[in-house]
Design a protein around this ligand. Structure first.
Ligand code: MN
Length: 236
């Protein structure tokens, strides 16, 4: 049994009703459900000062970085493109520190969506700030199609950690950014049929990340559930 630390998503917009005008830190229930169903224990880690990252890291065996705001382009040396959406430099800084700590103490990291993008930037890569900067004609933001439905295909490297997925796998998609230049030491292990990176890894460092959202599909898509099993059971 592993203790899984999920860095929480700060929701600091107070003019909407979902949390009764409260600022909150949240994570999707489906992340909690999948790990609890698999017999693991989940801790949601609030964003804190980067200097505190190691304190949190000592409490858990593995780290999950989830979806959310765009990574601030200052971290990969670009000015904000006019299609850049909400950013959260405080979360960026804490997640970079959590990655530092996880690598230092040899604890595996799973990135999902923004989590993949944060990891890519951490390792020195860059992002398309908006998919309009690419030639892709694929709809990577499937909304309003519900999150539990896969909508586009990815081609999976059968020599990678994700080799348990079919070579052509059907995934959901809720992103408007994507990997531009790959970070140092990372390998792109799944691509959309448009060539965009849909999964990355660094096997030696225990880093694995997907651009889609298996937390939304794990109850119906056995292979997506297997991603969480693989991550929770892996040791470096
Ligand atoms: Mn996609």
């Amino acid at each position: 049994m592993a203790i899984i630390g999920i860095v929480g998503t700060p929701y600091h917009t107070v003019d909407k009703t979902p949390f009764w005008w409260n600022k909150v830190t949240y994570t999707r229930q489906s992340f909690i459900d999948v790990f609890q169903t698999l017999g693991h224990t989940v801790l949601i880690l609030p964003v804190d000062q980067p200097e505190k990252a190691e304190v949190y890291l000592q409490l858990v065996d593995k780290i999950v970085l989830t979806g959310g705001a765009d990574v601030s382009p200052q971290y990969y040396g670009e000015e904000p493109h006019f299609k850049l959406e909400t950013t959260d430099p405080i979360r960026d800084a804490f997640e970079f520190a959590i990655i530092d700590a996880a690598l230092k103490f040899h604890k595996p990291i799973l990135g999902v969506c923004r989590g993949l993008q944060v990891l890519n930037v951490y390792f020195g890569g860059s992002l398309y700030q908006d998919l309009s900067q690419t030639t892709s004609q694929i709809k990577h933001r499937q909304s309003p199609t519900p999150q539990e439905f896969p909508t586009h295909h990815v081609l999976v490297d059968q020599q990678s950690s994700l080799s348990f997925l079919p070579e052509q796998y059907f995934v959901n998609s809720f992103h408007h950014q994507a990997v531009k230049n790959l970070g140092e030491g990372l390998k792109a292990i799944a691509h959309g049929t448009d060539g965009l990176v849909e999964a990355i890894e660094n096997k030696e460092k225990g880093v694995l990340a997907v651009q889609w959202h298996p937390e939304c599909t794990w109850t119906t898509e056995a292979f997506d559930r297997q991603i969480f099993e693989y991550f929770a059971n892996r040791s470096l």
